[in-house]
Design a protein around this ligand. Structure first.
Ligand SMILES: C[S@@+](CC[C@H](N)C(=O)[O-])C[C@H]1O[C@@H](n2cnc3c(N)ncnc32)[C@H](O)[C@@H]1O
Length: 288
């Protein structure tokens, strides 16, 4: 258990992972998240990054969120860029629900590139939210609650719901009733996207992704999956509620048209280059 490690040992694990010239800004214990988290600055070539990391099982360092220090609004992680496509699969993204704030990467992106979209932020861990404010430019209120409880109680409808709920042990426990509440909370024309990390090695992920597909199909909605060929890291699952948008986006060429629309309408940097490079787009849970 990571809690048995001293701060000194944790620091040395962080430096092993990010490089001895990286700069650890803070290491904090968390209540709800359930493992120590840290903020570290490091360089990769000419680029400077700040990452919110945590410790998983044993001594495993996990990256929860990252920020390009020169261009904080740009999404660093590839899966987050894939998730941003949900905003272009929503008929009119005026309000968005971001479940899992982490280092607020998606919030910075929405604020910069969709200034007419009002995001609602939900995260269960107070320390992580405080870190996002102190180290990751977060400037807006966050609902401090479990996403499951928040959704069970809300009557608000959202044009996009982006779900990225991870703890030290992997994905948050999410069942069919959670997905039903998510789909209930979408406006007609809305779109849901969920991030599945380590989807080829974590057996729970496939079951959980299939439960979202089951709930979606029971409402006549078709899930779409996208992941990078050969990386075996993250898989994004979309559920658009407009049938024509869903039917069009369910192929590589279709999702590429969604990307082109996002780039054109929202002035995404580098024309979104590389977002769909080597990606598999499928209507079934992919085997890669
Ligand atoms: C990978 S990070 C999210 C990164 C974020 N998408 C971003 O843009 O930087 C996962 C977050 O989910 C939060 N989380 C995990 N389980 C949760 C739950 N059941 N309810 C609310 N937040 C949860 C964690 O506290 C953590 O901040």
């Amino acid at each position: 258990m990571m809690t048995e490690f001293s701060d000194e040992r944790r620091r040395s694990l962080i430096l092993d992972y990010f490089g001895t010239d990286s700069h650890i800004r803070v290491v904090r214990h968390t209540e709800t998240f359930g493992a120590p988290v840290f903020v570290v600055d490091f360089d990769r070539g000419l680029r400077h990054f700040r990452t919110l990391g945590s410790f998983g099982a044993g001594a495993q360092v996990t990256e929860q969120s990252s920020m390009d220090l020169l261009y904080p609004a740009r999404l660093v992680f590839h899966y987050e860029r894939l998730m941003s496509l949900a905003l272009a699969m929503s008929a009119r993204p005026v309000n968005a629900l971001l479940l899992g704030v982490g280092g607020a990467a998606m919030w910075r992106f929405v604020r910069a590139y969709l200034p007419d979209c009002a995001p609602t932020l939900v995260d269960s861990d107070e320390t992580i939210v405080a870190i996002a404010r102190r180290w990751f430019h977060l400037k807006q209120p966050v609902v401090l609650d479990a996403a499951q409880r928040f959704l069970a109680a809300t009557s608000t409808r959202y044009d996009a719901i982006l779900v990225d709920l991870y703890g030290p042990g992997g994905p948050a426990e999410i069942d069919e009733s959670f997905w039903a509440r998510c789909l209930d909370a979408l406006t007609p024309g809305g779109c849901l996207a969920n991030n599945w990390a380590d989807f080829t090695v974590n057996a729970r992920v496939r079951t959980m992704a299939e439960s979202l597909s089951t709930v979606a199909r029971s409402r006549g909605l078709a899930p779409i999956f996208a992941t990078r060929r050969g990386f075996r890291d993250n898989l994004v699952q979309y559920v658009p509620t407009v049938p024509e948008i869903g039917a069009d986006a369910a192929t590589f060429d279709g999702l590429n048209r969604v990307l082109e629309r996002l780039v054109r309408e929202r002035h995404i940097p580098d024309r979104g280059q590389g977002i769909l490079e080597n990606c598999i787009v499928s209507t079934r849970f992919p085997i890669v």
